[in-house]
Ligand binder design. Sequence first.
Ligand SMILES: [Fe+2]
Length: 215
Amino acid sequence: MAIFVWKESYCVGIKIIDDQHKVLVRIINELDLLLQSDFSVQQARALFGELLDYTKYHFATEERLMKIGGYKKSALDAHLKQHYQFIDEIHSLNNESIPVSADEAQLVMSYLTNWLKNHILKVDRQLANYLLRQEKPLPEGGPVFVPMDELEALYQSLGQAVMLLRQQYDSGQESSSRQDSASVIDCLNQARSLLQESTSLIEQASRNLSKSEEN
Ligand SMILES: [Fe+2]
């Protein structure tokens, strides 16, 4: 059974935050499975790296929402302090203390799981409740569309490419197969077309925003 079973009660009611929390839970569950297997340090580093990158990306989203929503400075500072501490923890796990025994792995996974559950249920829920109470009028012409789904897909695709490249690098170029190289090229090509698509959607969103500010 997965170490972190997602429940509807973990949803805070803001789609982008809930979707990103589900990705974090998926990575934590993958990490748990890996640490229970006969893993290599390189594999663990790659997955801890993915967890670190996605956590930073998610925290940046929350920080942006706090600033856009005019979240009280004291609450914002306290929330960000928790984020920075968690980033530091993952960073040091990845750099210094990859768990090598079953007991160490269990401790690390309990820490990551409990931290995220508590954080979601307390501070993220407070933030979401605050944002949902805001009654700022939307700009004329409706809400400004931001291509979050495309950006998420872009992030995933780049993350996968980076992970494959890291694995190739760690195992030595001479032993990497033609098939591995083809997978990296596929991921990079996919990322490139997603980047083009996202860029044009962002430009469109930016034009819409300028237009709504002029009105
Ligand atoms: Fe948070």
